[in-house]
Ligand binder design. Structure first.
Ligand code: ADP
Length: 443
């Protein structure tokens, strides 16, 4: 038993013995005992009432003081109250500090609950997105940021890549949205101002496009003169003949490089005509015919297999460029008489164009970097093939504009396979084709 309880017990015993003593003195011990018990119970109730009253007042008034066990209860309650006040003040200080620091952030921060309703945001979010406190609290975020791209991105719940859109209050501002899921599908949205970055990127694109465009005219003139000289080269000494042939080859290479750079700039600027229905069979037949011509005496066995006569909704020139880059690469980077299979097929996830060869293959560590501009798996080979190192970058951009993706499978010594996968919404499936086109040069 604790000393407080011991003291309380002693007090009760003293009180009762006092009451009994007085009772015996007046020969009314029962009455004295009953009066003493009643007094004690009333006193207990009074203390209970004071405590309850204090609690009901919201603990704003001073806590009463008293004797005995109740005094101890009041003191401990007061102590607990002080501790909880200190704790609250500490928490409030932390919250204030976090609010101050997020308010000072240049990036916008928003918290959205699991139903997609806005809970909290910082000052930058008000500036970037025009949010107003407190009216916007609890409203669906997709009603406050009215942009179809944002709604699609938010609802898709696939936040691996950020989303870039103009600010709803100032179209000059380019904003990048990064969403992180936490708790039970709550969302933390970070919005970064990427206007300057976008401007620099645009400047870079414009620069490459302008330089390529400006180089084109002088190069055409030089290539024209070289061609004329090449035609009359029998009249020149052999040393000159060799030089002119080399100059013609290099000017042709530069022409290809410039047209690839211009193609990439066009793909990047994103200006598009409305998409068309592209007949895949005719497109692939014409590319395979060109590939056979490119192979010429190297006699590749090129096999075209078309599962069904489908149509693809897209941009015919871009698709022609992407598919021919893959097929021509298979011709360029494999030995003579190699086998190349160009296969068009579809399944419930969409359509596939695969170009498979049994050439030298590509070392695994090159594969993730193949679509980078000017990246070459084997630089020595490119000098012979006249490649620019831009072919697969063009393929990647074309596929991006068709919401498609490039899958590369290759192993050194085991050949390569490049597959383009188109989503269902881009495909119109046609009749199943009975037969594939036979090889031109069966091995
Ligand atoms: P290029 O215009 O030089 O052909 P690409 O971007 O088309 O450049 O290809 C990048 C590199 O990928 C090439 O330099 C080549 O080394 C490698 N590559 C592409 N296709 C094949 C293939 N079918 N077999 C082996 N290597 C390939």
């Amino acid at each position: 038993m604790t000393p407080v309880w011991r003291r309380e017990l002693r007090r009760i015993v003293l009180l009762l013995s006092g009451a009994l003593g007085i009772g015996f003195h007046f020969q009314q011990p029962q009455l004295a005992f009953a009066v003493c018990c009643a007094g004690y119970v009333i006193w207990q109730w009074l203390q209970l009432y004071r405590l309850h009253h204090w609690l009901e007042q919201g603990q704003s008034t001073q806590l009463p003081t008293t004797l005995g066990i109740w005094g101890s209860v009041f003191r401990q309650t007061k102590h607990l109250q002080r501790r909880s006040q200190k704790h609250q003040q500490r928490l409030q200080a932390i919250i204030n500090r976090i609010q101050d620091s997020t308010a000072a952030l240049q990036d916008a921060v928003l918290m959205v609950d699991s139903h997609g309703n806005l809970e909290w945001w910082n000052r930058a979010a008000s500036d970037f997105l025009g949010l107003k406190a407190p009216v916007d609290v609890g409203h669906p975020i997709t009603n406050l940021i009215r942009n179809p791209a944002f709604k699609d991105y938010f609802d898709a719940v696939d936040y691996r890549e950020p989303l870039s859109i103009p600010s709803p209050v100032n179209t000059q501002l380019q904003l990048q949205f990064n969403i992180t899921l936490f708790g039970r599908k709550d969302r933390l949205i970070l919005v970064h101002d990427v206007t300057r970055l976008k401007q620099l990127e645009q400047m870079r694109k414009d620069f490459v496009a302008n330089v390529s465009h400006e180089l084109r005219t002088p190069l055409t003139v030089i290539a024209g003169y070289l061609e004329t000289m090449d035609m009359a080269s029998e009249q020149l000494p052999p040393r000159w003949q060799r030089m002119i042939t080399q100059m013609s080859q290099q000017s042709r290479r530069m022409e290809t490089l410039i047209s690839d750079l211009l193609m990439l700039s066009r793909l990047e600027t994103g200006q598009q005509q409305p998409p068309q229905e592209v007949a895949v069979t005719a497109l692939l037949q014409s590319i395979v015919a060109d590939a056979r011509a490119l192979s010429g005496e190297r006699q590749h066995a090129i096999h075209l297999s078309i599962e069904s006569d489908d149509r693809l909704r897209g941009y015919p020139d871009e698709l022609h460029s992407a598919f021919s880059n893959l097929v021509f690469n298979a011709v360029k980077y494999t030995q003579e008489r190699s086998h190349i299979i160009v296969r068009w097929s579809h399944d419930e996830q969409g359509a596939w164009l695969c170009v498979k060869d049994n050439g030298p293959g590509i070392d695994e560590h090159h594969i993730p970097r193949l679509t980078e501009r000017f990246y070459r798996a084997d630089p020595s080979r490119n000098n012979q093939t006249g490649g620019t190192g831009l072919g697969l970058a063009i393929v990647k951009h074309v596929l991006l504009r068709h919401q498609a993706e490039l899958v590369i499978r290759s192993r050194l010594g085991e050949g390569s396979e490049f597959c383009c996968h188109f989503p269902l919404e881009r495909c119109h499936y046609g009749a199943v084709t009975a037969e594939s086109e036979p090889d031109e040069h069966p091995a």
